[in-house]
Design a binder for this molecule. Structure first.
Ligand SMILES: [Zn+2]
Ligand SMILES: [Zn+2]
Length: 559
């Protein structure tokens, strides 16, 4: 296929550029009025203290939803949540076929089954190093190494040039669960000519190399060999190589393994579906594990980030029905602190320490964890192999992307461009340039409902959390006379001995009564005007009393 005069090749990130998480990348080909699109990855990010009650955050697909019929396919590079977590939420709005390698496809099917979508969605399993042809895009998977089985980069060939979309990667010569980085394929692509490389920026501030899983295995083996009581180990369930290392270290030291946490069990099934985790002893159930001597058991737990509903937190809280840890036991954190999780992790570790559990983390025991993302030396090697004309940093916050662009310039890459979510970058023809800005934002999953970013419900929750709440209710008869109330109640507002809350509320009720008395007989006939008069008086009084603006709810009942 040849390009026509008006054809353009564009890259459009709708998530994952200027943030780590929520990857949602689009490539478009064709004239501006008739582009065909492919989507690479469709991930989530997670809520934090600033989004109370919101655990899952999705990229806003509005722009591409309007072109849904022109989406030729959704290709998933690997099975991390920041790359596939939004598929079940957003697929109904995009409705394009999915492409993934077997391990990723296994986990996708699980998600779609839970969402009741499995029957509707077409998932094509692509083998490692396989190819996918989608209209003008010809994709070849390139095997990389990362912190999950089957991480793939994509060589995307188009009539206007080839893009290397790296996905998440590092260069691990000995990744333990699968082949090493396919350096030869990347070099061949470099020889053929790479127009642009869209590349992971996560560790651009870290010198050297991320380090190999094989070294982690040795370190864990030695550490677990020294431990005497019960051992709990926490890692990301998706890091099957790490899971495998911990299991083998346990077995080498005479311990059986008990998986604790739903995602550990699900990931072990996904791993087995592609031939991983072979040749190990059967897992012990948590109910049976208690019958083993302390030095004969290792609990492999979810919850390394301090998630309050995960297994390790329940163990730390003494709330797990079967797994108990105490004096003489150990907990090994084979994981890093994801930025933003410092407080929950510290909370978890304090709880464990309080029970007498010794803690082992990468800070005091270097080598029990390595990152899955490329450090500077690995980035340099990738640029030497692929030799792109344009560097497009992605998978990073602003500072990561700009540092990555600077590194690429130092490496003599002729052009660099670091787009933000919503920036449509024309990669060819001509020099790379942002040619359009399209809407890009976030959607919050709030109690199972997909809502706009900072929608009313969350805004009100935040407001109430910081300022408290007052309610006032009153019953009025047909002639506009008060027959009950006003009754004022408070939530989350402080009082002291000198002026107890009961008195405060009585005084507030009196203020409300006064406000009502000042209303004209006509206004008293309308619920709205009565409610706003009551609310106004309480807001004023609340500000006088607390210097705060609580949420105020006024209700009129006609009797
Ligand atoms: Zn990843
Ligand atoms: Zn990622």
């Amino acid at each position: 296929m040849k390009a026509s005069a008006n054809d353009e090749l564009v890259f459009l990130p709708l998530g994952g550029s200027n943030e780590i998480g929520m990857n949602f990348n689009l490539y478009g080909f064709g004239p501006a009025h008739d582009r065909k699109w492919i989507v690479v990855d469709l991930g989530v990010t997670f809520g934090d203290q600033t989004t109370p009650g919101v655990e899952i955050i999705l990229p806003d697909p509005t722009f591409i939803e309007e072109h849904a019929k022109d989406i030729l396919g959704i290709v998933l590079t690997h099975a991390h949540e920041d790359h596939i977590g939004a598929v079940a939420w957003l697929w109904p709005r995009l409705k394009a076929p999915l492409y993934a390698t077997p391990f990723t496809a296994f986990l996708l099917r699980e998600k779609l089954r839970e969402a009741g979508l499995l029957g509707e969605v077409s998932i094509t399993e692509v083998p490692l190093s396989g190819t996918i042809t989608l209209g003008p895009f010809e994709l070849t998977l390139i095997t990389l190494t990362h912190s999950i089985p089957e991480p793939n980069g994509l060589a995307i060939r188009t009539p206007l040039g080839t893009i290397l979309h790296t996905g998440d990667w590092k260069i691990d010569p000995d990744p333990l669960t699968g082949p090493a980085t396919d350096e030869a394929a990347i070099r061949r692509l470099g020889d053929e000519g790479v127009l642009a490389m869209v590349c992971d920026s996560t560790n651009v501030f870290v010198d050297g190399e991320a380090g190999s899983e094989a070294r982690v295995r040795e370190t864990l083996n030695a550490l677990i060999g020294e431990l005497k009581g019960k051992v709990a180990a926490a890692c990301f369930a998706s890091n099957v190589a790490r899971m495998d290392s911990i299991i083998r270290a346990a077995e080498a030291n005479g311990r059986r393994v008990c998986l604790v946490g739903r995602s550990m069990i699900r990931m072990s099934q996904a791993a087995r579906s592609v031939g991983l985790l072979e040749g190990i002893a059967p897992f012990v159930s948590d109910a049976e594990a208690g019958r083993f001597p302390p030095s004969g058991i290792l609990y492999l737990c979810t919850g390394s980030q301090g998630e309050p509903r995960a297994a390790l937190f329940r163990v730390a809280d003494g709330a797990h029905p079967h797994v108990k840890l105490g004096q003489g036991d150990a907990c090994v954190f084979s994981s890093r602190i994801i930025p933003g999780n410092e407080i929950p992790i510290r909370n978890l570790q304090n709880k464990l320490a309080d029970r007498g559990v010794r803690l082992y983390t990468e800070r005091d025991h270097p080598g029990i964890h390595v990152s899955g993302h490329p450090c500077r030396d690995e980035l340099k090697r990738m640029y030497q192999w692929a030799r792109p004309r344009i560097a497009v940093p992605t998978h990073g916050e602003r500072r990561h992307l700009l540092e990555h662009a600077a590194l690429a310039r130092d490496l003599q890459v002729p052009q660099t461009i670091a787009p933000r979510n919503g920036d449509m970058v024309r990669l060819a023809p001509g020099l790379p340039e942002v040619i359009d800005e399209v809407p890009a934002g976030r959607l919050y999953v709030d109690a199972g409902v997909v809502t706009p970013e900072n929608g009313d419900a969350l805004r009100e929750r935040r407001h109430a959390a910081a300022n408290g709440m007052l309610t006032v209710s009153i019953a009025i008869d047909g002639r506009g006379r008060t027959v009950g109330g006003p009754d004022v109640r408070a939530l989350g507002l402080p009082a002291d001995e000198d002026y107890p809350l009961t008195e405060v509320l009585t005084d507030l009720a009196r203020e409300a009564e006064g406000a009502l008395a000042r209303l004209s007989p006509e206004d008293r006939e309308y619920d709205n005007s009565v409610e706003s008069a009551l609310a106004r008086s309480l807001k004023k009084a609340a500000f006088r009393l607390w210097k705060r603006r609580p949420v105020v709810e006024a209700t009129v009942l006609r009797v």
